[in-house]
Design a protein around this ligand. Structure first.
Ligand SMILES: [Zn+2]
Length: 335
């Protein structure tokens, strides 16, 4: 009996030493210690011994059983520590690719615009999207009966509150607090009731520019716009100013740039004109200065409000504005 137990112990010890996984060790535990294991037969065999030998043999069997249990337990502990070390140390394994997010085209263009104007010494400011009529209309020299204030052309929240229809309201907020010289850009979302199609949406993004100082002229306005669009689209882009009318600027201009696709030769995007419309610009109307307490005899100002969505569409060749709001992962992954 003693010989048999010693043989079993030696076998078990060797088996535990060669076991390389937790499953191997578990199999050994079942083999030796399980309900149908080796020790069940041993214990059953005790009854066949002469009664005088049984107690000593029983004690020995229990000691061996305890040793084997300890060996298997020790093996499990060693294994649970070892594979972690191996994982850390195996520098030859290929890396696991993690999917990265990307910036939305609107975010990318807005950052690019901020970068360009930061270099020109402009500060970036933001204003509230819910505005009162004073900031959205009155102070911008838009009279009470002006069609721009129509209920069908704006999202009114109450008689005096509106979800802003333009970023020009930020001009007023800045000039109310800050005295010239002023150099700001204000990118942000604006809202107008519009039927959604490939080129229209009921909300879009504008970047507003305002510069107020002594002696600024229309030439400065043209130069700044030129620096801006060349920074965005390349040094050979040309700027064209067409006379226009806006209540808050005098003189006012519609601003075009030479087509960034055909370089002015004429194509489908520019409808064969060679030019693309950017938006409105002009010299700040003296009435606007008076509304915010800046002396129009001393200071002049220049301003523009351009669409960021349009910039993004031109820069990345996007032909449908709806793609910018649909959060289609396949589309967004391209940027
Ligand atoms: Zn073109």
């Amino acid at each position: 009996m003693k010989d048999r137990l010693e043989k079993i112990l030696a076998e078990a010890k060797a088996a535990v030493e060669t076991a390389s996984t937790a499953d191997d060790l578990e199999a050994l535990r079942v083999k030796y210690l399980g309900r149908k294991g080796v020790f069940r037969d041993i214990m059953a065999g005790l009854s066949e011994l002469p009664p005088g030998e049984r107690p000593a043999a029983g004690q020995l069997a229990n000691r061996v059983k305890g040793k084997i249990a300890a060996l298997i337990e020790g093996g499990k502990k060693a294994l649970s520590a070892a594979p972690k070390a191996a994982e850390v140390l195996d520098v030859t394994l290929p890396g696991r690719a993690r999917p990265y997010g990307t910036f939305h085209p609107i975010t990318r263009v807005t950052r690019e615009i901020k970068r360009i104007f930061h270099q020109l010494g402009f500060e970036w400011v933001e204003g509230p999207e819910v505005e009162d009529e004073w900031h959205n209309f009155d102070a911008l020299n838009i009279p009470p009966d002006h069609p721009a204030r129509n209920e069908t052309d704006n999202f009114y929240i109450s008689d005096d509150l509106i979800i802003r229809s333009q970023t020009s309201s930020v001009q007023i907020r800045v000039m109310e607090k800050q005295k010239p010289p002023i150099r700001i850009i204000a990118p942000g979302r604006v809202y107008r009731p519009d039927t959604v199609d490939a080129t229209h949406h009921y909300f879009f993004h504008q970047v507003e520019l305002l510069m107020v100082d002594r002696g600024l002229t229309f030439v400065d306005l043209t130069n700044i716009i030129t620096l801006f669009v060349q920074g965005l689209f390349g040094p050979d882009v040309k700027v064209r100013m067409r006379p226009s009318y806006f209540p808050f600027t005098e003189p006012s201009a519609e601003t075009d740039i030479s087509c960034v696709f055909c370089r002015g030769a004429g194509c489908r995007i520019c409808k064969d004109t060679g030019w693309l419309e950017m938006g409105g610009s002009g010299m700040v109307d003296p009435n606007v200065f008076e509304a915010v307490g800046i002396d129009p005899e001393v200071y002049t100002g220049l301003a523009f409000g351009f669409g960021i969505d349009r910039f993004a569409m031109l820069k990345y060749g996007i032909d449908d504005i709806r793609l910018l709001t649909e959060n289609d992962i396949g589309f967004l992954k391209q940027f």
